[in-house]
Design a protein around this ligand. Structure first.
Ligand SMILES: [Zn+2]
Length: 126
C-alpha cells in the first residue's frame, strides 16, 4: 500500500493511505493513518478509520468523508449536472476529487459550481 505524507500546521506528521484529491499530499480522511512525528520509538501509532452510517468512501482517492448532503440531494444534483445519468454509471467522489476531475475535463458549467469551495472565476492559472 502506498502511503502519502501529510504535515499539519501544528507540526504533526502522518503517512496516509489516500491522498488529497488531485495532489500527492496525504489526506487525514484516509482509512489508514500512521503518526510519525515526535519520538518515533514510542509515539508512532496506526489509526484505522471505519466508515460510519453518515460517511462514504471516495471512489477516486479512497478517503472516508462525512456526507454533506442527503442521498436525495446528491441524486438530484447528479440529475442536474449529468442529465439524469444512471447511478450504474456513477461513482461517489469527495469534493477535492470532484473539483480536480472537473478541472481536467471541464464538464460542469461554472454557475453549477457555486457552493463548492473553489473559486469559479479564476482565469489567473495555476
Ligand atoms: Zn477523493
Amino acid at each position: 500500500m502506498r502511503l502519502y505524507y501529510h504535515k499539519t500546521d501544528g507540526g504533526a506528521e502522518y503517512l496516509c493511505s489516500s491522498q488529497v484529491g488531485g495532489t500527492e499530499e496525504g489526506s487525514l480522511h484516509s482509512k489508514y493513518i500512521v503518526r510519525i512525528d515526535g519520538d518515533i520509538g514510542k509515539d508512532a501509532e496506526l489509526l484505522i478509520k471505519e466508515i460510519g452510517p453518515d460517511e462514504y468512501k471516495c471512489s477516486a482517492c479512497g478517503g472516508i468523508f462525512t456526507k454533506g448532503w442527503s442521498d436525495e440531494e446528491a441524486l438530484s444534483e447528479k440529475d442536474v449536472i449529468f442529465n439524469n445519468i444512471s447511478t450504474d454509471e456513477c461513482a461517489m467522489v469527495c469534493e477535492d476529487c470532484f473539483l480536480a476531475i472537473n478541472k481536467a475535463f471541464d464538464f460542469i458549467p461554472p454557475h453549477l459550481l457555486k457552493g463548492f469551495s473553489e473559486e469559479v472565476d479564476d482565469d489567473t492559472g495555476d
